[in-house]
Design a protein around this ligand. Structure first.
Ligand code: BG6
Length: 489
């Protein structure tokens, strides 16, 4: 297949950190269609060869097993091109049109890895330049707006130019292999679905913990914060995958309809429940892996009196027959004690105990998203013989472990690689529909409003020492329901 991928923001942070390495991996795996061009678009003047040299430098820095050899890079580089554009100038879109018309590809992907404030302009200009044909697909990176009205405005502007089936809104968490496996676990196996409900499940915990701070993105992060950066999108998408009803098919809209219902069933916030059930934190100086790190307010581009949150923990519920009353805990933060993303399904304790078990021990299914990619099912097992204890037998927790990397090999496809190939192939299953996104914004809005009022009253997020698991209030939040976060067991 002949395709052109136009990478707006072709010299930007996302292209550098994620997209170009992912494109190289798909090339190496032979999954990138051979007749494809990747056209990086940037503001500075550069030749194709200069752009290739920069990318070669970048790829030389990735993990050793993902680095190209010189010969491999030379072959990959044949796909790479560069175009200087000022995104507000119609004449520059005419130059892009000329470049694209030179060979009439079957599919043209416009990947908007730029600041979201440019999405509307770029789409309008593409439309005006006749570059939005039925062969065009547009990829929009998050964040799509900073609240519900701005999200709606972007979606409306993009839809003036492209139809919904041409719009690929990326949430890279949906490309993670464990999320695919979560859906396979639920809808490809008969044994879990009957258990997957309030009668058997005590609580669900979603953790997305990072050790990194805000790095060089201080300025961006100041106006974003953890709620917009991680909860409104990634965490809610994971919650949908856990909580949705079985879709009638694996088609994109069948899946997205079910996810939308979950978002619409989330318990609504009031100012009182925000105060009670949402904890916001901000990291103070501390240590990560034995090395001192500055606090958030000392980071480059961050105000010394910043009230932006770098940590959120919250408790919510899905108000429907399957889930009513089951707490869903979400937690995410920067500069935490570990890099770990996982979902833990805590099953209820046995209704009547005839054995002795360690305090709080019960069945637990952990879906590991990173750094490990797999599943652990904790069962209670009779480790000691009865004769040893002379009385009531004591059970011990024992884990059944499925490590996907070991089981299926290490050459598994990364999130961005997978999603880029889906865009090229036109598969929408793992992309977010506009109504899902709006429902997610609608749900977080009252939290943003309550925080704005708290800020006006001079209340700041709770500080936590870098290298720990966030403010103590996050533990108190789950303790009220008789639960503990996974590392507290
Ligand atoms: C991005 C956020 O969407 O996800 C970043 O903007 C965050 O702040 C990143 O670091 C985390 O992704 P991953 O895949 O490394 O967990």
């Amino acid at each position: 297949m002949r395709f052109d991928l136009v990478l707006f923001g072709g010299t930007g942070d996302l292209a550098w950190r994620k997209l170009l390495p992912a494109l190289f991996q798909s090339f190496r795996h032979g999954s990138l269609p051979a007749d494809g061009r990747i056209i990086g678009v940037g503001r500075g003047a550069m030749s194709d060869d200069e752009y290739r040299a920069l990318i070669a430098q970048r790829l030389a820095e990735v993990e050793a097993d993902k680095r190209p050899s010189d010969a491999e890079f030379a072959r990959f580089a044949q796909h790479l091109h560069y175009l200087r554009m000022d995104l507000s100038q119609p004449a520059d879109y005419a130059a892009l049109r000329e470049l694209l018309q030179a060979r009439e590809a079957d599919t043209v992907v416009m990947y908007l890895a730029t600041a979201p404030s440019l999405f509307t302009t770029v789409c309008q200009q593409l439309g005006a330049a006749g570059l939005a044909t039925e062969r065009t697909r547009v990829v929009l990176e998050k964040p799509l707006g900073h609240d519900l009205p701005s999200n709606r405005a972007i979606n409306a502007a993009v839809r003036e130019v492209f139809s919904e089936t041409q719009i690929f809104r990326i949430d890279h968490y949906l490309g993670k292999p464990s999320v695919q496996n979560l859906l396979a676990l639920r809808f490809g196996n008969a044994i879990f679905e009957p258990l997957w409900r309030r009668e058997n499940i005590a609580s669900i915990e979603i953790t997305m913990a990072e050790q990194l701070g805000v790095e060089k993105r201080g300025e961006f992060y100041e106006s974003t914060g953890a709620l917009r950066d991680m909860v409104q999108n990634h965490a809610l998408q994971l919650l949908c995958a856990i909580g949705m009803e079985p879709p009638i098919s694996a088609d994109a809209d069948a899946i997205r309809n079910e996810k939308l219902k979950v978002l619409q069933s989330l318990k609504r916030w009031t100012p009182e429940t925000v105060t009670r059930d949402v904890v916001r934190g901000q990291y103070a100086a501390g240590q990560i892996a034995g090395k001192p790190v500055p606090g958030y307010r000392q980071e480059e581009g961050v105000s010394p009196t910043s009230q932006t949150e770098t940590f959120v923990a919250l408790r919510t519920e899905i108000s429907n027959w399957r889930w009513a009353g089951v707490p869903f805990f979400i937690r995410t933060g920067k500069r935490l004690a570990g890099r770990e993303a996982s979902i833990v399904v805590h099953f209820r304790q046995v209704p009547h105990a005839i054995y002795r078990t360690p305090l709080g021990a019960a069945n637990r299914l952990t879906i590991h998203l990173q750094p490990k990619d797999g599943l652990t099912l904790q069962l209670m097992a009779a480790a000691q013989s009865q004769a040893d204890t002379g009385g009531v037998q004591t059970l011990s927790p024992a884990a059944l472990d499925l490590d996907f990397d070991q089981r299926f090999g290490t050459e598994r496809v990364g999130a961005y690689e997978r999603l880029l190939l889906d865009v090229i192939a036109g598969r929408l299953n793992l992309f977010v529909r506009a109504d899902e996104q709006e429902a997610a914004w609608q749900w977080v809005e009252p939290i943003l409003e309550a925080w704005q009022q708290a800020n006006a009253r001079g209340e700041a997020p709770r500080p936590y020492v870098a290298g720990h698991w966030g403010p103590g209030a996050a533990s108190a939040l789950v303790a009220r329901d008789g639960h503990s976060w996974m590392e507290e067991f």
